[in-house]
Design a binder for this molecule. Structure first.
Ligand code: M6R
Length: 369
């Protein structure tokens, strides 16, 4: 049932083109109009929403952070993302015009369930993004958008993460469609770009030889840092989490702009740093800013490992190692840039002889508070 792979995790990483493809399937018509009838919340109710609050834990919360960039840009609606266990212990302000989006692969995470119950009591509408049919969180929500990643067995989340991001994009585009924030043509173009993502993920998987080699070489590394900006920031956090969970290596993700505010003090000769570089074709200055961050850490001895877009030659000169992913619009890039980081963590942990499917101290669903 591991489909010829040594671990479920490896299989699930390789299932990702299908997980994203299946999550997109049947959710738009031939004119590129989103048809999320399954939502069970009326367009009128969604039009009245004035704030989105994403609640989740762990990797699912990073999917929420990616979604924030996209939904705010497409819908001009404020989006907050909060860890469920922080949300529920303060006095959060939610009301009947707040749409709470609870993201959970399992649908059983206790803190997220409790946060949902609290928000519901305050009158908020709850929409679950979930991978498990009939689980508790979707049952208690007003609406559900299922991710169709298929069962995720390995404790570390991989394909569910990409499917959650995909579902959140669909939600953002649907909201833009019913609220009239975007022309139908633009929504159609973004959907077409999304439709091309599965084959691009496949290309990343097919070209993973080099990142595997690097992981093997780095198996005795004690600490790895990850930097990203914009949507690359949650990707960096996710890359660090995968390495902690699977390889038990100290790893930290930072927003690249924070470097000067402290973390740059950590950089010493030979410190490995992954940098998620935005597309040079994207918003002005984003790419240049990250390139200058790479120069800063390199000048202090960092060993820079760069994830960049194909054709980005400018960054080559500053990268000790460079891994290219296919071109895609900036907001969609996390569906590609995450993949080499997952492969790196899985391969390094395997090289250390660890069980990647069942990392120590972790459970697949955290049903205790
Ligand atoms: O089932 P959920 O999506 O609610 O789970 C949330 C987290 O427990 C989960 O993402 C966790 O962080 C994984 N171990 C990440 O690989």
């Amino acid at each position: 049932e591991k489909g010829g792979y040594d671990s479920f995790m490896e299989k699930e990483i390789n299932d990702q083109p299908q997980a994203v493809g299946d999550t997109l399937l049947g959710r738009s018509d031939i004119d590129g109009r989103l048809t999320l009838d399954e939502l069970r919340v009326s367009p009128e109710e969604l039009k009245n929403v004035n704030k989105i609050m994403v609640l989740a834990c762990g990797t699912s919360a990073y999917a929420g952070q990616v979604a924030k960039y996209a939904i705010e840009h497409w819908c001009r609606l404020p989006v907050e993302v909060e860890l469920s266990h922080e949300f529920r212990y303060r006095d959060p302000i939610v009301d009947s015009n707040t749409l709470v989006v609870a993201i959970s692969q399992s649908g059983e995470t206790m803190d997220t369930l409790m946060a949902v119950r609290y928000a519901k009591e305050q009158g908020a509408k709850i929409l679950a993004i979930c991978n498990t049919n009939g689980s508790t969180i979707p049952r208690e929500s007003d609406a559900v958008l299922y991710t169709h990643a298929g069962p995720e067995i390995a404790v570390a989340s991989t394909k569910a993460f990409l499917a959650q991001i995909t579902a959140a994009y669909l939600l953002g585009l649907y909201l833009a469609q019913i609220r009239g924030n975007k022309f139908q043509g633009e929504i159609k173009d973004i959907l077409a770009d999304l439709g091309k993502v599965p084959e691009k993920i496949q290309q990343v998987l097919d070209n993973s030889g080099q990142i595997r080699e690097l992981a093997q070489l780095m198996k005795d590394t004690k600490s790895v840092l990850f930097l990203g900006r914009h949507v690359g920031f949650p990707v960096a956090m996710e890359g660090a989490l995968k390495l902690k969970e699977l390889a038990y290596i100290h790893a930290e993700g930072f927003a690249a702009g924070e470097l000067k505010h402290g973390p740059i003090a950590l950089i010493e000769e030979g410190q490995p740093v992954f940098v998620v570089v935005p597309s040079p074709r994207g918003r002005d200055s984003l790419h240049a800013k990250v390139v200058s961050n790479i120069q800063e850490i390199r000048a202090r001895g960092a060993k820079t490992i760069v994830i960049a877009e194909e054709g980005d030659d400018a960054v080559k000169a500053y990268a000790e190692h460079i891994f290219y992913v296919p071109e895609t619009p900036t907001l969609l890039a996390p569906l590609l840039t995450t993949v080499p980081l997952q492969i790196f963590a899985c391969e390094l942990a395997t090289a250390k002889g660890f069980d990647v499917d069942q990392p120590r101290n972790l459970a697949k669903s955290v049903t205790v508070e």
